[in-house]
Design a protein. Structure first.
Length: 292
């Protein structure tokens, strides 16, 4: 139960992140936002983790490739594609594609990793995804027929696949590397990948602007969206497995709607409640079978 709460808290933090990141507007282009999502956690972690990190450096070097893949799939490339997609596609497309990660977790588990996936687990994933579509289409499925797809949609789809791979990779225990040293190393790798892209964007495309108004939003993105949420999510993923936490990922649309109500005063409507019910029903179906 504790780890399910951790996963829930991580998705809740990310739900508020969607609204807070949107509030930054054009003041922070994608690579600049990705840069601060790496830079701030490194600053926060260094005083507490650096000593342990140096002691575990030999084990980190032995597992550098695996940690680098984690960093690419769960941080640097994932975050860059996510923020680029927000600039290039519409909200409905983004909302649908962003929560396809649990589907890819199931597909990769079954067809690549050859794990056993029961029909009721597949049914639960389908029902929850149907609930997501019901929410983002405002209960009108005909809207989906008129959707057009863009480069941003491709970015978001690749990001969802990467997140699925990350959830599966993080399950593997890395001997000799503690939890926080692992996270610290991932942020360092992500920073190394991100810096050239950030500098290119800064000098040739668009520059970020830090103001008194957006400084708290940047701190939220760096401290909570990156550091705190990843700590919660990784603990839950390792304890419960990628399939179960993947289902909790479907709660994002529910939490986003609640966050919008709290911050923006947006109304919770009937289609939200129906979608919420379908998402929770899907989670129940999958978890009920796994308990048996």
């Amino acid at each position: 139960m504790k780890y399910a709460i951790f996963a829930f808290l991580a998705t809740l933090i990310w739900a508020f992140n969607f609204i807070i990141s949107r509030s930054l507007g054009d003041a922070f282009p994608p690579m600049a936002l990705a840069f601060f999502r790496n830079f701030i956690p490194i600053l926060v972690l260094t005083p507490f983790v650096f000593k342990t990190f140096t002691k575990e450096l030999s084990a980190i070097k032995k597992n550098a490739a695996h940690i680098f893949y984690l960093s690419i799939c769960g941080m640097s490339a994932f975050i860059a594609l996510l923020y680029a997609a927000t600039k290039l596609t519409n909200v409905i497309n983004l909302s649908i594609l962003s929560v396809t990660a649990p589907i890819f977790i199931v597909l990769i588990s079954k067809f690549y990793l050859k794990k056993r996936v029961h029909i009721f687990q597949l049914l639960g994933v389908f029902v929850s995804f149907l609930g997501v579509i019901y929410i983002v289409s405002a209960g009108n499925f005909s809207i989906l027929m008129s959707l057009s797809f863009s480069l941003g949609d491709l970015f978001m789809l690749i990001a969802a696949i990467m997140w699925a791979v990350y959830c599966l990779l993080i399950e593997k225990e890395i001997k000799g590397v503690s939890e926080y040293s692992l996270l610290y190393t991932m942020f360092l790798f992500s920073m190394i990948v991100n810096v050239p892209l950030f500098l290119y964007e800064y000098y040739y495309i668009s520059q970020f602007v830090i103001t008194q108004a957006n400084i708290f939003a940047i701190l939220y993105v760096g401290v909570f969206t990156s550091l705190v949420a990843y700590i919660f999510w990784n603990k839950a993923n390792i304890a419960l497995g990628s399939f179960k936490v993947g289902l909790i990922y479907y709660l994002l649309p529910i939490e986003s709607a609640l966050a919008s109500q709290v911050i923006l005063g947006e109304e919770i409507r009937t289609f939200h409640l129906i979608g919420f019910f379908l998402i929770l029903l899907g989670i129940f179906i999958s978890n009920h079978y796994s308990k048996k």
